[in-house]
Design a protein around this ligand. Sequence first.
Ligand SMILES: NC(=O)c1ccc[n+]([C@@H]2O[C@H](COP(=O)([O-])OP(=O)(O)OC[C@H]3O[C@@H](n4cnc5c(N)ncnc54)[C@H](OP(=O)(O)O)[C@@H]3O)[C@@H](O)[C@H]2O)c1
Length: 252
Amino acid sequence: MTTLARWKQKCALVTGASSGIGRAIAQRLADGGMNVVVCARRKERLDELVEQIEADGGSALAVPTDLREEEDIRALFERTREAFGGVDVLVNNAGFGKNESLFDGDTETWRAMLEVNVLALAVCTREALNDMDRRDVAGHIIHIGSMSGHRVPGASGMYSATKYAVRSLTEGLRHELRARDSDIRVTAVSPGFVETEFAEVYHDSKQKAEETYSRFKVLQPEDIARTVAHVLSVPEHVQYHDVLMRPTHQES
Ligand SMILES: NC(=O)c1ccc[n+]([C@@H]2O[C@H](COP(=O)([O-])OP(=O)(O)OC[C@H]3O[C@@H](n4cnc5c(N)ncnc54)[C@H](OP(=O)(O)O)[C@@H]3O)[C@@H](O)[C@H]2O)c1
């Protein structure tokens, strides 16, 4: 049974909560009684989510954040400490891909992918770990990776590179936590196709996004949220390392 009882009134920070997977995770954790901090660039989306969570009886704070700006990240954690004392669960979900060839891809787009998907994830993780250590909290860091961190589908070399990096950051952190004999846990969740705004951003085309998600029944954001809630619900001696999730009919 998935119960978030031990996390009630604790604080979850979810990055990239203005749409898709992050939004669903934030709602799920708020439903479970957690205080949720949601961040992304689109403020109006975050405000609408907070309204929804509060209308459902939950507690949430929106902090507009551009994860490419380290100052924004520091302010995000500061606001979180002021509102809820600090982070107990960090869900590093924000990320995006762009269909940029290794022959002639745009350097700035590569840089943005690396900064959001890899660097910001590492900076947020460091800030959350400091927060947890300072308060002696046995917290949980969850990275949203991808099946693209486990194999390279077609010409998505740079996006896949960022998700392979997330795998390295997951295993690297696990080693560091073990070396410190820490009770903090780290988990990656690595989905295949999920119906979100991801494909439209990736292809820069609504039509291609519709094609991507209509070939077979793909995962829904709530499927990932359910898995995150499950990962958080297991006893403290259990640590999921990387949860690979594909739609049943996805081949690659
Ligand atoms: N959908 C899939 O098929 C799939 C599969 C495997 C893994 N994933 C991973 O799942 C995660 C969530 O993606 P999604 O599918 O839910 O896509 P999505 O609907 O496009 O959501 C992406 C989120 O990332 C945020 N974001 C992007 N750049 C940001 C920045 N500079 N600063 C702050 N937030 C930023 C976006 O918010 P703003 O635009 O408002 O800033 C948005 O909330 C990503 O890490 C993605 O790689 C997705």
